[in-house]
Design a protein around this ligand. Structure first.
Ligand code: GLV
Length: 329
């Protein structure tokens, strides 16, 4: 492995580099405080055998066809919608990712956004900065309570379950969900009930998105969807910004089709400072920090490094998105 060169597309937690170096690889890393352009990424990838990359790095058909020599691409994230997996599979390039370790941290952000939105926390915090806290208002700045309400989970996978557990434990919320297939464990352990998409929209007091971005989910939360939701409902998205249609969301909030929204992901990212959503009373927005704890990011860096190490050592990628690539060998 001494002669294998690994390139890291960002400044990642040190533990990833340390593991790769310890395993005998030559490791270099992008060290500027901005993401690489695709041209820069292609140029660096060409000088290396493997790529350690993340959300926002454009690993599309163009990139892959210029970098067919790559032995493996290891994504520091659970989502991999920035990567053309079909093309990578065609070219025989394994794609690793980092599931599980970020589920609790991401669910914490969904849960936090739900509470923050229901009590207008971000907006009221800004009002103090704007010198608008004048006196205690018995009928002003009122939020809504979550106790015994219905949480609707769109995509009850690893992160969705963690969100459901938090809602059940803290507020005894009734759990409904919509998935490609029923989640029997969640039904047994949390009393979660599978419903069709329309029922999810109609019955959720809080609707939290935890699916991956793909051709079925892109733009699914649009005007048609928001029109079916309760006027008192809160929409939460900690998955990918492209899953909701932003102009339709703004319109749904302005016309009272829904009550509030909490977003950790936007479309596009980064969101610009003059976005109207940032001025709204019942909206809470964070800059895509779902997995952003020291512990979780260290675990993600460890998994992403182990995917590369195991690949070169044992032709095995512990967390692989396209396992058929390895089976062919
Ligand atoms: C972050 O967004 C991830 O997919 O891990």
């Amino acid at each position: 492995m001494e002669n294998k060169k690994i390139f890291l597309s960002r400044i990642f937690p040190k533990i990833g580099t340390a593991l790769l170096k310890k395993a005998g690889f030559t490791v270099t890393s992008w060290n500027q405080d901005r993401p690489m352009t695709q041209e820069e990424l292609i140029e660096k990838a060409k000088e290396n055998n493997a790529l350690f990359c993340t959300v926002g790095d454009k690993i599309d058909q163009k990139f892959l066809n210029e970098c067919v020599h790559l032995d493996i691409i290891s994504q520091f994230a659970v989502g991999y919608d920035n990567i053309d997996v079909v093309e990578a599979t065609k070219l025989g390039i394994p794609i690793g990712n980092t599931p599980d370790v970020l589920s609790k941290a991401t669910a914490d952000i969904a849960f936090g956004l739900m509470i923050a939105t229901s009590r207008k926390m971000f907006y009221l915090h800004k009002s103090i900065i704007n010198n608008e806290w004048k006196y205690f208002k018995p009928t002003g700045n009122l939020g809504i309570e979550l106790e015994n309400k219905t949480i609707g989970i769109y995509g009850l996978g690893r992160i969705g379950i963690e969100m459901a557990k938090r809602c059940k434990g803290a507020y005894n919320m009734n759990i409904i969900y919509h998935n490609r297939k029923p989640n029997i464990i969640a039904e047994k352990e949390l009393g979660a009930k599978y419903v069709d998409f329309n029922t999810l929209l109609e019955q959720s007091d809080v609707l939290s998105v935890h699916c991956s971005l793909n051709t079925e989910t892109i733009g699914i939360f649009n005007k048609t969807a928001f029109d079916q939701m309760k006027p008192s409902s809160i929409f939460i998205n900690t998955s990918r910004g492209l899953i909701h249609n932003e102009p339709d969301l703004i319109d749904a909030l302005n016309t009272g089709k829904i009550w509030g929204a909490g977003l950790d992901v936007t479309n596009p990212e980064p969101m610009q400072a003059d976005n109207v959503l940032l001025q709204m009373e019942n909206v809470s927005i964070l800059p895509h920090i779902g997995s952003g704890t020291v512990e979780t990011r260290n675990q993600m860096a460890t998994l992403a490094a182990l995917n590369i190490i195991e690949f070169y050592k044992n032709n095995n990628v512990p967390h692989i998105v396209n396992p058929e690539v390895l089976k062919k060998d």
